[in-house]
Structure formats: structure tokens, C-alpha cells
Design a protein around this ligand. Sequence first.
Ligand SMILES: Cc1cc2nc3c(=O)[nH]c(=O)nc-3n(C[C@H](O)[C@H](O)[C@H](O)COP(=O)(O)OP(=O)(O)OC[C@H]3O[C@@H](n4cnc5c(N)ncnc54)[C@H](O)[C@@H]3O)c2cc1C
Length: 499
Amino acid sequence: MSEPTRIATGDPRYEDFVVRGDNARFAPRPDAFVLVRSTEEVVRAVDDAVRDGKRIAVRSGGHCYEDFVADPAVRVVIDMAAMDRVRFDEARQAFAVEPGVRLLDLYRALYLGWGVTVPGGSSELVAIGGHLLGGGYGPLSRRFGACSDHLYAVEVVVVGADGRARAVVATADPADPNHDLWWAHTGAGGGNFGVVTRYWLRSPGATGGPGDLLPRPPASVLASSTIFPREGLTREALRALVGSHGRWHERNSAPDSRYAGLFSGLVLFAVAPQDDPGIGAILFNHLDDGDDAEELLGRAVAEMTEGVDAPRYDLPFERRPWLSTMEKLARAQDGENGRHKIKSAYLRRGYTDAQIDAIHEHLWGDDHAFSTATISIQSYGCAANAIAPDATAIAQRDSVLRALYLTSWHDPATDEANLDWTRRLYRDVYAATGGVPVPDERNDGCYINFPDVDMADPAWNASGVPWQYLYFKENHPRLQQIKKRWDPLTVFSHALSVQ
Ligand SMILES: Cc1cc2nc3c(=O)[nH]c(=O)nc-3n(C[C@H](O)[C@H](O)[C@H](O)COP(=O)(O)OP(=O)(O)OC[C@H]3O[C@@H](n4cnc5c(N)ncnc54)[C@H](O)[C@@H]3O)c2cc1C
């Protein structure tokens, strides 16, 4: 049996493993990183760590927004970077994908090889390992749902009550005795049940050759960009812009919407990008190209900006092949390595005027921290909502938008100021519901791939609603039962893991 590569403190490679993560706030410093190349090596690495009584964390792409991997209590980090193969598995009639593959590499392999893809996020460097475990959304999610909606089977190294590691395969087949473990891997987040060593991807009910077994993206995409200068976005103008964008999504996000092929992002800037400090907001839209695409896109942009009395610059529509569009979008999103704090929310309806006013007060006030800070309000709904809330671990199945609140900075001395600013912004947006998006007629909790430990802190979550409900809703008790069965010794845990 081959041996995994151990990189312990003092090894010249150690510091390179420390900085491989995306969020400089959380640099892991375990006793050793263990670079694995096969399922057998993962079994060996987990066995060794459990025997030595060392807490384990798993890292695929290193893009976790919280300290789930870098927690000082973690003494062994199992690094999946070298397990990054993508192939078609004839026996299982599904794409076998290893967790270390980065998203753009995965899209290239699936699309250039077979003309298919998964509807994942627009990031170059996030790995499918952590991404799919939390759901994984991107520009194609209104057409095809989340990445995890296309999970057919998963291989996981788990630890039994006897403390021994073993690899098990769990499938979407309800007759599979391990079916519950598959279900737990369809959106409950990483680091909960074991180490994923392989995914098999195939859309539910799909038959035919490899080119029929996963979604086919559009050959090309028509994109629009509208820029709103910062000074023109008064309180009233922002109400109109955010309000119209929200109402458009309320009207056009049913599973059978003719706008299922449209993905929209309205990005509001607190501190504008350095290359253009005059920007207050950018509205971008991507639409599957087709005969009536120009007309449909024109109409959508007009409706999303209806009633906005502010200067604007509409860039000419741009038509690009699909993969090239993903490459462009992903590179724009993978900002510089820095220090980050993220918060998220699902929106069943657009923001209220009171919420938009809170956003304006913080983003346009002079009270902000010294950083880049954005609220990105992105399309959700359509196919993502055509699945029952208990069919997979993703409980949020009737929202029309998802919002992410992201603050980034470089100087560790400003950590507290930036965290405090981000926390106050979010608390004030959700002032009516205890500072968090408590599931009700407007909100539907938070997205576990944008984890936020403040949800477990009564100082910032004054709603009385436990953080588990915000992320997992009614699916949480089932996740707990599965946890008890598959991780009885609680070998895998972090600040927001299923307990
Ligand atoms: C720049 C950036 C852009 C993003 N864009 C999007 C987007 O467009 N859409 C979207 O939905 N999300 C997006 N995300 C969120 C992203 O999906 C999550 O951060 C995801 O968990 C990262 O996965 P990773 O493997 O890169 O990170 P890691 O830090 O390696 O892992 C994240 C979590 O999953 C666990 N984990 C990782 N691999 C395994 C494994 N093999 N087995 C068990 N547990 C594992 C880790 O222990 C950790 O808890 C983005 C994040 C960043 C930083």
C-alpha cells in the first residue's frame, strides 16, 4: 500500500501548505499536512490520526470562509489537492470526479471532453470537494439546480465505533443501505461525516451516453452590464434599483419561467473597486443565447432598473462562448488573496424599503471600515426550486434570490473594525427578525457554503432561532441521525458542523 506524504512542521514545504488557503484570517498550523493520492492513503491517514488522538480536518480547495480547517484544535489536515482526476466511469455510468479538482478545471474537463457540465459556482480555484458538499450554485443553477442535485454516488472514508477508518460508497438509490449517507452529502456542508474521496455525477433520471448524463450548457451566453456611479445612488434611487431587481425575480423565478436561462447579479459596493472608485453598483445579467435573446435580455434589464432615477452606463451586450464566459466570470470573482468575512441569506421576496435604507446607510455612510465590501444579490429559483425541501439536504427550495455580504481587507490590525462593520450592517438589514434572516414569508435562512459563525452567537443572532435551523431548517434532525450512525465518535467536527 502506498504511503501518503506527510509534511510536518520544519519541512521546507510546510509554509506553502499553510498559505494554500484563500482566507488569510485562517492559516492552518497543524502538526502535519497529509497529502493523499488515493482512497487507501486517506484510510491510512485517518487511521493514523485517530490512533494518535489527533483531530482531523479535510481540505480540498482551501476556500472555506470560516476556520473549519484552520481551527488550532485541528492537528492533522488531510489535503486532497493531488486527487483531482475526472473520468467517465463505464461501470457506474457516471462521471467519477475527485474532490481536489478546481471548478474551472472541472468545467473544462466535462465540457471539452463530453459537452456537459455541472451548474456550479463561478470561481477558478474553489474545489468541487467542499463546493458540492454545501450545494454549489452558479450561473446555470436556475436552469439546472445545484451541483449536489446531480450527485449520483459518493465514496466517503468514515470512522466506525471501533475507531477504524473504512471507505464506503453511498448512492442515490433508495434501496441502497447507505442511502442516508448519500443524502447527507447533498448540501449539508463539508467536514461533517468523513472524508469524501470521490463523487459520481449523473443527473437524476438521465439515460443515454455520457453526453446525455449531465446538463448541457448553452453554446453561448449573451451578457449585459449596467454601471451606476456611486454619487447618483441616493436613498430613493437605491430603493428603486434594489426594489425593481427584487420584484423582477419574484415574477420570473418559477420552475417553468422563460427566464430560467437568465442569471443576474446586482453588486452594491461600500468601498468601490480601486480601479474605478466612482462605482456604486453593477448590474450584470447572463442569458442563454438564442433567437430572441437580445429582446429578452433588453426587456429584463429595463424591468430590473425600472423607476431608477440615477445616471447609468449600459455597456453593449456581449456574446461569448459558454466556457469562455465562465472563465471570465470566475477570474473576476476570485479576488486577491486577503482577509475575508462573509454572511449570506436566502430571499423568498426582494428586500423591503426599510432593509434597503439600512443597506444605504451603511454602504453610503462614512462609517465603513477600510476595505472592499459588497453586497451581491444573485438570482436563485427556477430549477433550484423544482425539488422538494426534503429530497436533498438543501432545505431552501422556494427562494428567488440569494445575497452575500462580503468584506475583504489586508491589514490584520483592522480585523475587529471590519468584522464589526460587517456584523452591524447585517444586523441592521435583518433588524425586524433579530438580526438574522429567520425563515418567514420574506427570508429563508442562510447558505452553508458561505458559513458565518456569528449565527451561533447570541450577540449577533438575537432571534432565538438556533443557527442549525437557519442553515438546515427541517432537515436538521435527519442530519443528526445520520451523523450518529456514520460518525459515532465525532471524529469530524467544526464550529458549524452537525452534532
Ligand atoms: C472566491 C470564492 C468564490 C466562491 N464562489 C462561489 C459560488 O459562485 N457559488 C457557491 O455556491 N459557492 C461559492 N463559494 C463558496 C465555496 O463553494 C465554499 O467556500 C466551498 O466550501 C469551498 O470548497 P473548497 O474545497 O475550495 O474549500 P475547503 O476549505 O477545502 O473546504 C471547505 C469545507 O469543506 C470541507 N471539505 C473539503 N473537502 C472535503 C472532502 N473531500 N471531504 C469532506 N469534507 C471536505 C472542509 O473540511 C471545509 O469544512 C466561493 C468561495 C470563494 C472563496
